[in-house]
Design a protein around this ligand. Structure first.
Ligand SMILES: NC(=O)c1ccc[n+]([C@@H]2O[C@H](COP(=O)([O-])OP(=O)(O)OC[C@H]3O[C@@H](n4cnc5c(N)ncnc54)[C@H](OP(=O)(O)O)[C@@H]3O)[C@@H](O)[C@H]2O)c1
Length: 252
């Protein structure tokens, strides 16, 4: 069990699943820092949660801007001194439906800047603070779209999806999850690193409206964040290097 106050940072916390994760973890009594690349949007989102009497503070954090990431890490260090839970949630797809034979390099780079390099920059800069917590957790919001096994499974919806840049960036982030988990475990550090597949969720992800996404079969946001909230609040679960969703383990 953890006796310290739990300090949690959620990237991309101003809307979609990030906002719901912030809300539910604050409802569990965690002190939640709502990361937003546009601080005004972050403060507006935090204000709605503060009206629900939740302990939430907005932090400016553009995960693709190294100075912004350094600044956020410095602010958290100065105000709190440590971090217990890092949820790398910020993400987007830039190459939906572009054929692998034709996809623009610029879209591929945008996919990787946000979903891979940004995630790693945030993780590396927050790691010193996570190491100062009694028990810390890094949770990477991945996707079944990054599963090579599902992409090759004709029964899976993933086998019909085409977004090679986004899918590759999520697969690469999964490998980072595994490698960092092993490194920290070998070093005997109390920091777990796990990847989550939220399923298909009704948000603005992919440029649609939540209503459109729901008509296409997407789940409600509360269902999409359920596994993340479960993992972020269970300090008896010390599993590391896993990829799971609400149904259990997901094939890499
Ligand atoms: N929805 C799905 O079906 C689904 C399925 C599998 C995995 N996922 C993953 O789940 C995560 C959350 O997605 P969502 O559905 O909640 O999408 P969303 O509603 O589009 O929210 C994405 C969030 O990421 C933020 N963001 C984008 N670029 C950023 C940057 N450079 N720095 C910081 N924040 C940035 C957005 O901020 P702005 O408001 O400023 O744009 C927004 O807060 C993503 O990692 C996504 O890949 C989603």
């Amino acid at each position: 069990m953890v006796n310290q106050k739990i300090i949690t940072l959620v990237t991309g916390g101003n809307r979609g699943m990030g906002l719901e994760i912030v809300r539910e973890l604050a409802q569990h009594g965690q002190q939640v820092l709502l990361g937003a690349r546009d601080l005004a949007k972050g403060q507006a989102a935090a204000a709605t949660l503060q009206q629900e009497n939740l302990d939430v503070t907005a932090v400016a954090l553009d995960v693709t801007n190294p100075d912004s990431v350094s600044q956020a890490a410095a602010e958290i260090k100065q105000t709190y001194g440590y971090l217990t839970v890092l949820i790398n949630n910020a993400g987007a797809v830039f190459d939906a439906r572009q054929l692998p034979s034709e996809v623009d390099q610029s879209k591929l780079r945008a996919d990787f800047d946000l979903n891979y390099f940004g995630l790693i920059d945030v993780t590396q800069k927050l790691l010193p603070l996570l190491k100062l917590a009694e028990q810390a957790k890094i949770i990477n919001i991945s996707s079944m779209m990054g599963s090579l096994t599902e992409a090759l499974n004709p029964e899976s919806a993933v086998s019909r999806a085409i977004a090679v840049g986004y899918q590759s960036a999520k697969a690469a982030a999964n490998m980072f999850t595994v490698q960092l988990a092993k490194e920290l475990q070998r070093a005997g550090l109390p920091v777990t690193v796990n990847a989550i597949d939220p399923g298909m969720v009704a948000t603005h992800f992919g440029g649609v409206t939540p209503e459109m996404a729901q008509k296409m079969g997407a789940n409600p946001v509360a269902a999409g964040v359920a596994r993340t909230v479960e993992l972020a609040t269970d300090f008896t679960n010390l599993a590391t290097g896993t990829f799971s969703n609400s149904d259990g383990p997901v094939a890499w």
